[in-house]
Design a protein around this ligand. Structure first.
Ligand code: ZN
Length: 434
């Protein structure tokens, strides 16, 4: 009936309050609206309605593996959306999502919410919190997964329109995905910027400091400081330590004589990953809304549950008639994909390539690999991938892949934590070695 008529028959007719109607859209009215007039709930209701209306209906003509392969063969402008799931086989933990158990190891930081690690205001107050975690999430591998190789293969075949990645590990670049084909929606460690003077450097110049547990400081700020500092005599105590002198704001604050030790008043360098509270890279929405949405002819979502903005906003934005394939361990319910390919994404893409007659040459795809594809009962468009050779008794992900979604992301995240911690930087052989 459309939103106007719907509102006419509900809130306008006085048959139900906006507050109560919100619950029909699974929205729990926030506490700060408690006790206010019902009008105050209208903006939220409007949001709920538009979200519901934007939800895309599944295209009924795409269901089978053959359909998926056919789409791969015919598509010329594929948007690939990727998340942490495509890097976990390399031992890179999924840090962004809540409830994976990964944050548990940072309890000692005393955060109210683990996302505070990536909160820009907290970073500005105390960069120690981020930097005590940063060394663990530093991209430290030259390797890339078969799934990265699959995206590079799409590019090589002239089929890749854009890879929108949620990942900050910059592994896409290592797999050969061209900068013009890649949008890192949350930024990456590839570059870093001084929070004070905005001086930008290559991200890897920070890595030694990060690995040593130091807070990287801005060299540009330091140069300015140094020339100011040299013109002033330092006052030294009898024991050789520098005496506190009256300071102007932002003055030299170091108690070390080493010129390589940058003073703490110099700006802190921050990797150009997008923190909570920071604007997203401009490139993201511009490219999506002005170019890509007009060209795209196939969407493949890999290794993300699509719950974190902005990637979560990409799919609802694209034309609803464009086919969408979902590759992940567990299905999602908040987006209607046309075909769900469930399992370890490295296994799914290698089987897809095999069926497409494409050669996905990668050292983590075992020689003679055999993958079983089973259609889930009652869901003709949902297929579960299990590697049956080599080592069918302990396939790396058979437990998760075959349980198609019943146990959700928590269990998977916890399991992948155990595995990735044990086998950081390991090959598929280690992956199987539970
Ligand atoms: Zn600076």
């Amino acid at each position: 009936m459309g939103p106007e008529e719907f509102c006419k028959r509900t809130v306008d007719a006085g048959t139900i309050t906006a507050k109560k109607l919100l619950t029909a859209f699974s929205i729990r009215p926030p506490a700060f609206l408690d006790g206010l007039d019902d009008d105050n709930y209208f903006p939220l209701l409007s949001l709920a309605l538009s979200r519901e209306l934007r939800k895309r209906a599944k295209l009924t003509k795409y269901n089978t593996m053959e359909d998926a392969v056919h789409l791969l063969h015919t598509a010329r402008n594929i948007i690939v959306l990727t998340g942490a799931g495509i890097s976990t086989s390399l031992g890179i933990p999924d840090f962004r999502s809540k409830g994976t158990g990964l944050y548990a190891q940072y309890e000692h930081l005393g955060l109210n919410d683990p996302q505070e690690i990536f909160d820009i205001n907290i970073f500005k107050q105390d960069p120690n919190i981020f930097y005590s975690v940063a060394r663990d999430i530093l991209p430290n591998t030259e390797r890339f997964s078969p799934t990265h190789a699959f995206i590079a293969l799409l590019q090589q075949k002239g089929k890749l329109l854009t890879n929108y990645s949620q990942n900050i590990d910059n592994i896409e670049a290592k797999a050969g995905i061209l900068p013009e084909k890649l949008v890192q929606c949350h930024g990456s460690f590839a570059t870093a910027t001084c929070v004070k003077c905005k001086h930008q450097v290559k991200g890897e110049t920070l890595f030694p400091d990060i690995k040593a547990g130091k807070i990287p400081r801005c060299k540009k700020c330091a140069e300015g400081r140094k020339s100011a500092g040299n013109s002033r005599k330092r006052k030294v105590n009898k024991d050789g330590t520098e005496r506190k002198v009256r300071r102007r704001p932002g003055d030299y604050d170091s108690n070390s004589d080493s010129e390589f030790d940058l003073p703490t008043s110099c700006g802190v360098m921050k990797p150009d990953i997008t923190f909570f509270g920071e604007a997203l890279p401009d490139e993201f929405s511009k490219r999506l809304t002005e170019i890509d949405c007009k060209l795209v002819d196939l969407v493949i979502v890999i290794g993300t549950s699509l719950k974190v903005a902005p990637v979560s906003e990409v799919v609802p934005f694209l034309p609803a008639n464009i086919p969408q394939i979902y590759i992940s361990r567990t299905p999602v319910s908040h987006v209607n994909f046309d075909i769900d390919l469930l399992g370890d994404c490295d296994i799914v893409v290698s089987e897809l390539c095999r069926r497409a007659g494409w050669n996905l040459d990668h050292e983590m795809v075992p020689k003679g690999q055999v993958v079983d594809v089973a259609t889930v009962e009652g869901y003709e468009s949902r297929h579960v991938f299990t590697q049956t050779y080599p080592d069918p008794s302990t396939p790396p992900v058979s437990n998760e892949a075959s349980s198609s979604g019943s146990d959700g992301e928590k269990a998977n995240g916890g399991d992948s934590l155990k595995r990735t911690r044990r086998s950081a930087g390991a090959t598929v052989v280690d992956k199987a070695g539970k």
